[in-house]
Design a protein around this ligand. Sequence first.
Ligand code: 13P
Ligand code: SF4
Length: 319
Amino acid sequence: MDLEKKEYISKIKSLAKEKNAVIFAHYYTRPEIQEIADFIGDSLALAQQATRVDADILVMCGVHFMGETMKILCPDKKVLIPDMNAGCSLADSCKAEDLKQFIYQQSSISNQKYTVVSYVNTTAEVKALTDIVVTSSNAKKIVDQLPKDANIIFGPDHNLGAYINSVTGRNMILWNGACHVHSRFSLEALLQLKKENPGVEVLAHPECKAPILAQSDVIGSTKALLEHTIQSPAKRFIIATESGILFEMQRACPDKEFIPVPPEMTEGVGCSCNECEYMRMNTLEKVYNCLLNESPEMQVKKETAEKAVSAIRRMLEMS
Ligand code: 13P
Ligand code: SF4
């Protein structure tokens, strides 16, 4: 089937109405996906919103762990994800078996009990081993609420963990994982952009490497960066996060200019934007087909979901 964009949009809208379905999209998805979504947000807002809507079907246009989080929070709803292969390199960098071993090793070395804090970009199995889930929106707020003498293991994003250590004064033990998109921003290109645009603020996601964060004026989740561009009187910004967010920034502030920081050159070819290929796997055709066929449907094993849900609920209570 090869329908035109307009036709897909109208068919998706009428199917969603007929089936009492709500469409969610992360800020990093393609512009046309953000256009058809009922809710667009960062991972915290999407998880919170999923628990509030009155719908039979939730369609999560994002990546696999976002669909899992939704299913864990809304076990009685049908959660669809347009492409089951839309994974996440960060979630992949932390296998539950390896984390279990890591927690065991750290506890045996120090003879201490650890509080395990995991970023939401993790599998359901990792969340099941976790005490509290966090997102980039609430990680600082939640870590600040933990007892000052708590021994904390934080994973999987090493860059985010190091940043949270620096702003909370904690000494969390960090898992060595990373997002392939956020860790490939070019420092050289950022320095050049700063030189060419003196005085223009740099906004960065905390999954970026420390040298990029050190050159940034505002560090925050996708939502925090978006809100900053709306509230700031400035007219131009340099942006170091996945380039999908530029669509929402431009839609919210049509009179402002957003300059994306490019990734490091690959095989001699430079590119001006830094895209997450997993987020781009959400297309109008796949959203249409998944609503039509009510498939692929997200499933999470009952015992895993039961363990993971308390860590996610703790996050929602503390954020
Ligand atoms: P947010 O928590 O800011 O939505 O980020 C999710 C993500 O996948 C970042 O790469
Ligand atoms: Fe995962 Fe990175 Fe893509 Fe976010 S941008 S979904 S962390 S691979």
